[in-house]
Ligand binder design. Structure first.
Ligand SMILES: Nc1ncnc2c1ncn2[C@@H]1O[C@H](COP(=O)(O)OP(=O)(O)O)[C@@H](O)[C@H]1O
Ligand SMILES: Cc1cn([C@H]2C[C@H](O)[C@@H](COP(=O)(O)OP(=O)(O)O)O2)c(=O)[nH]c1=O
Length: 208
C-alpha cells in the first residue's frame, strides 16, 4: 500500500521523463505519480510523445507500416519524431515557476534508442530540452510483449531487444534512474518515488 508523503523543499520547474520499451508501464506509472504529486501540492502537467498533432497522427500511421523498421522508414520516423517534439518545446522551457512539474511519456532519448544513426538523431534533436531526471523502466522483452497490444511493427522481440540494449547503454552514459519494471505496479511506483526523493534531496515518509 502506498501512502501519502510530504516534501520538505520546494521544487522549481522540473522536466521528468519516463523511458522504456513498449509495455514497460510508463503511462501507468506516470498516472500514479501525477496523482501523488498533485495530492502533495504540486502543479503537474503530463505530455506524451508522439503527440496528438497532425505530425503525431502521421507517426502513428507510419508505425503500423509493415516496413516500419526498415532503414528508410526509420529515418523518416526520426525526422517526424524530431519535428513533433519541437512543437512541445514551448511547454518545457525552464521558467523557474515554483512547484511546477512536467511528467513526460518519452523524449528525444526514445529516438536515440529506437532510431539511427545515433549522431544524426542527436543532431536533429539538438533543440530539444534536456530532462532534469530520466526514469528508465527496464524489463525483460518477453514480459513486455505480453503487456503490449502488439499492433505496431516495433512491438516485436528482436527489435525491442535491440532497443532495450540501447536504453541500457544510454542509461549508463546519462545517469538514468533504472527501475525494475517487472515488479507489480505498486512496487514500481514506490521505487520511483524513492528515487525521485533521493535525486531531489526530498524528505519522504510512508512509502513501503
Ligand atoms: N507493473 C506491472 N505489472 C503488470 N502489468 C502492468 C504493470 N504496469 C503496467 N502494466 C500493464 O501493462 C500494459 C502496458 O502498460 P503501459 O503503462 O501502457 O505501458 P507503456 O506506456 O510503457 O507502453 C497495460 O495493460 C498495463 O495495465
Ligand atoms: C517518441 C518516440 C517513440 N518511438 C516509438 C516507441 C513506440 O513504439 C511508439 C509510440 O507508440 P505508443 O503506442 O505510444 O507506445 P508506448 O505506449 O510504448 O510509448 O513510437 C520511437 O521510435 N521514437 C521516438 O522518438
Amino acid at each position: 500500500m502506498i501512502e501519502f508523503i510530504y516534501f520538505k523543499i520546494l521544487l522549481i520547474d522540473m522536466y521528468i521523463v519516463f523511458e522504456g520499451i513498449d509495455g514497460a508501464g510508463k503511462s501507468t506509472q506516470i498516472n500514479l505519480l501525477k496523482q501523488w504529486l498533485f495530492d502533495s501540492g504540486f502543479e503537474v502537467e503530463t505530455i506524451i510523445e508522439p503527440t496528438d498533432s497532425d505530425i503525431g497522427k502521421l507517426i502513428r500511421k507510419t508505425l503500423q507500416n509493415p516496413d516500419a523498421t526498415s532503414e528508410n522508414i526509420q529515418k523518416t520516423l526520426g525526422l517526424l519524431f524530431a519535428a513533433d517534439r519541437l512543437a512541445l518545446m514551448d511547454k518545457i522551457v525552464k521558467n523557474e515557476e515554483k512547484n511546477k512539474i512536467i511528467l513526460s511519456d518519452r523524449s528525444f532519448y526514445s529516438s536515440l534508442a529506437y532510431q539511427q544513426p545515433y549522431e544524426w538523431i542527436a543532431e536533429i534533436n539538438k533543440f530539444a530540452e534536456s530532462p532534469d531526471l530520466v526514469f528508465l523502466l527496464d524489463l525483460d522483452v518477453d514480459l513486455a510483449i505480453t503487456r503490449c497490444s502488439c499492433e505496431d511493427e516495433f512491438e516485436k522481440k528482436s527489435f525491442l531487444s535491440h532497443v532495450r540494449k540501447n536504453y541500457l547503454e544510454l542509461a549508463a552514459i546519462h545517469d538514468f534512474n533504472i527501475i525494475n519494471a517487472s515488479n507489480g505496479e505498486n512496487k514500481v511506483q514506490s521505487d520511483i518515488r524513492k528515487a525521485l526523493a533521493h535525486s531531489l534531496g526530498i524528505c519522504v515518509s510512508g512509502i513501503d
